[in-house]
Design a binder for this molecule. Structure first.
Ligand code: FAD
Length: 307
């Protein structure tokens, strides 16, 4: 019931200004966002890698409407990749990039985002790692997949994301399940209209399983991004049916969500990657996480009111 209002808040600049100027306890945000700068992010990545995880780092930011901000985001990714290489972490650490953070919503945005993504992909390749292009709301699905398609001509190792809640996604899975492709399958985090997406949890789960079947039967490298124990168990069964060993796919979860399950899967020999967001632009990301779990919302509100 609270999901929609929370997701509306994610887009509200007024509420964002209000809440982010309150000195929210670091602990509340830190549950999901372990650092505000490169050094903190790299430290957290190193600690997770030492525990046997892989990571994907995301410099927070989205819906950039200024070219200078898009350029600054690209510069931060280059700094991050350099820092990861300096610590010898690039075998286990990749980066995730939102195209609207690097210019997709600017005039001529598809060209700007493609050029910026190319710069990040080249820097990632230079230090021996990869990039995954995150998926945002449905207004940019086609543009994001077009950029991914272009990028993969030059950087075939680039990963993409598909969201099971969209009606189109099962077909997109068929299109992207081929050799060499790396596709992260998630349920989807945005408030989407009923003409493009399922809104009922059960329908979304059914779609997730259909998409899992397509990706796991394909020749690519599926990245199963879910905290849902049922989806994880089903994925393991389908992967077994196709004779996929742990090297043939991976499980992904967000930093701070079900960490004990992340460790359990890794200890059981599964390949596990933790999505690790960092930076000061945590508002949109945090509200999406709170929308997924209203119990966390009351914790957040209580911490604001106790200030
Ligand atoms: P749910 O049914 O939402 O949750 C299953 C269980 O997980 C819950 O019962 C609860 O125990 C636990 N849980 C879930 N969320 C929380 C939470 N916030 N706090 C505490 N416990 C929780 N979405 C996109 O739209 N685009 C992306 O590019 C994208 N990338 C992602 C990358 C990764 C690695 C992951 C894990 C998710 C990503 N998502 C992305 C978010 C995703 O779409 C879902 O919104 C989110 O993962 C919740 O769905 P779920 O599959 O975990 O299942």
């Amino acid at each position: 019931m609270l999901r929609q209002p929370m997701l509306l808040l994610a887009k509200s600049q007024a509420v964002k200004r209000l809440v982010t100027t309150v000195p929210v306890t670091r602990a509340v945000v830190a549950r999901y966002v372990p650092g505000e700068n490169t050094e903190e992010a790299v430290e957290t990545a190193a600690a997770l890698i030492a525990e046997g995880m892989n990571v994907s780092l995301d410099f927070l930011g989205e819906d950039t409407l200024q070219e200078a901000q898009a350029d600054a985001t690209v510069a931060e990714y280059l700094r991050l990749l350099h820092a990861l290489a300096g610590r010898g972490l690039t075998a286990s650490a990749e980066v995730s990039v939102k195209l609207t953070a690097i210019g997709l919503r600017l005039p001529n945005g598809d060209k700007i985002a493609l050029e910026n993504a190319r710069t990040i992909c080249q820097a990632a390749r230079d230090v021996g790692t990869d990039v995954t292009i995150d998926m945002e709301d449905h207004t940019v699905t086609d543009a994001t997949l077009d950029v991914l398609h272009e990028l993969r001509r030059e950087f075939p190792e680039t990963g993409g994301v598909l969201q099971a809640y969209l009606h189109r996604t099962e077909q997109d899975c068929h299109d992207l399940a081929g050799t060499g492709s790396r596709i992260r399958l998630c349920k989807g985090a945005y408030d989407e209209p009923a003409d493009v997406a399922w809104r009922d949890r059960h329908e979304i789960d059914l779609s997730y399983v259909r998409c899992l079947k397509v990706l796991l039967a394909g020749d690519g490298y599926p990245m199963i991004a879910s905290h849902d124990p049922r989806m994880i168990a089903i994925a393991q069964r389908i992967a077994d049916d196709h004779g996929r060993g742990p090297g043939g796919h991976e499980f992904q979860m967000l930093y701070g969500i079900r960490p004990e399950e992340q460790r359990r899967l890794a200890a059981a020999g599964e390949s596990v990657r933790v999505y690790l967001p960092y930076g000061q632009e945590w508002w949109g990301y945090l509200t999406r996480r709170l929308a997924e779990r209203p119990a966390n919302l009351s914790f957040f509100v209580r911490s604001l009111m106790s200030r």
